[in-house]
Design a protein around this ligand. Sequence first.
Ligand code: P6P
Length: 334
Amino acid sequence: MSHRNQTLGEFIIENQSAFKYTSGELSRLINSIRLAAKVVNHEVNKAGLVDIIGTAGDTNIQGEDQQKLDVYANDTFIKTLTKRNIVCGIASEEEDDFISINSQDENHQNKYVVLIDPLDGSSNIDVNVSVGTIFSVYRRVTPVGTPVTIEDFLQKGNQQVAAGYVVYGTSTMLVYTTGHGVNGFTLNPAIGSFYLSHPNMQFPENGRIYSVNEGNYIHFPKGIKDYIKYCQMEEGDRPYTSRYIGSLVSDFHRNMIKGGIYLYPKSSMNAKGKLRLLYECNPMAFLAEQANGKASDGFTRIMDIQPSELHERVPFICGSKNMVEKAEEFMRNA
Ligand code: P6P
């Protein structure tokens, strides 16, 4: 159920009963993400005005320079999720290992683990291009009341109970799913409330936008090269338009609204591609499928891949169903 201009809080309450595990915990979890998103949004929006731009002088497990806002966003989401005593474990792109959260009370009854990319596309911060937060939620698989283990995090994407992103763009939006479609909420910064602005978001089955870093073209597998050439060919509704922001959340969001495909393939430089399975590809794949789109590594459905380590990478092709299937066809026939 949804009504335009409903607030996120009203939407969560109205749809709580639709969620099969409802105990209010997931609603409180989404509410805590809402709060953290507002706090991070405040900092992202003034990044140019205070000394928060630039690297924090550290690198993460990926060997990437940690931008100060990366660190700030990571700390904010971890603190908010921990303080609200909702989850039993958190994994983050910015943390080498997962964090086990022992509740204040001895009977640790929290059932959910959250995996986050706290600020995706952060290399865009210094040039004022939109960035995003990505989150993925699972129910733990180890006994409630015991400390979480790596098993709780290495679940297939098809076990997710919720997933979403915040895009800090020309406006700030929270877009998420609990398995009943995808809904987008836009922040009214004047009053600090998110309002339902994009109910039941759906990928058009076809699109005319392809998003890929063509600077890597010569390093791509033959099937990807053939698909890119297909996009550029004068035939039917082609050539398509190339649009690549360098921020997954922004490219995904635009393609979901307009129709399009995002590709981050493997290459001779990145044997498994660049994007991380657990906190980038799985949540975006859950959203894509809930919005009538598709997500694969070129051969296998992303959400069917069995993770083997926290920060593993996979090739990622995601977007309008017919476009993803055409790209998969080129991969099969290469
Ligand atoms: P490249 C950002 O670092 C990110 O993870 C995605 O948000 C983005 O689409 C991609 O990497 C950009 O990577 O290699 O094209 O700069």
